[in-house]
Design a protein around this ligand. Structure first.
Ligand code: ZN
Length: 170
């Protein structure tokens, strides 16, 4: 398996709307495995394909805590078919925004349909951290980042700081 570097914002590749997969073949399945490996290597609980520069509707998540049995979910073409009216405010971070966290409001519970790594249609009902993680990763597929929920001012402060630290690395 290959660990792919995670793209850090601001980057145009994180703002694009991704293409549907439609058929999970062996190449896509391998990509899912590599994304999972990359996510674990970065200590993340979710990763979307555009974060590794691939404009396809693929996400991987695993919200198991350290020491618990890993429970990876490999997802292509996810669609939310139901979401709760109840909204929760909770802290979120993102591998593309290292060291930045913000409180974001999202539905507490969602049901999504998707294709798994064997091209099988599946449905999952999630709440709590998993529901939040799924919604965050699905947003990435439409070029939506968690900072887009913040005020213009807050978002710009974060993006300016990230731009500055990118320049310092060069
Ligand atoms: Zn993210």
């Amino acid at each position: 398996m290959t660990v792919m570097p995670v793209i850090v914002a601001p980057d145009q590749r994180l703002k694009a709307k991704c293409q549907p997969v439609e058929n999970v073949d062996s190449d896509i399945s391998r990509l899912m495995d590599n994304m999972l490996e990359s996510m674990y290597a970065a200590n993340g609980i979710g990763l979307a394909a555009p974060q590794v520069g691939i404009s396809k509707r693929i996400i991987v998540v695993d919200v198991a805590k350290k020491g618990e049995t890993p429970s990876p979910i490999l997802i292509a073409d996810p669609k939310i078919i139901q979401k709760s009216e109840e909204i929760a405010l909770n802290e979120e971070g993102c591998l593309s925004f290292p060291d930045y966290y913000a409180d974001i409001s999202r539905p507490v519970e969602v049901t999504i349909q998707y294709l798994d790594n064997h091209n099988e249609p599946r449905e999952i009902n999630a709440d709590g951290l998993l529901a939040r993680c799924l919604q965050h990763e699905m947003d990435h597929l439409d070029g939506v980042l968690f900072v887009d929920y913040l005020s213009y001012l807050k978002r710009n402060i974060i993006l300016r700081k990230l731009t500055k630290s990118k320049k310092m690395e060069k």
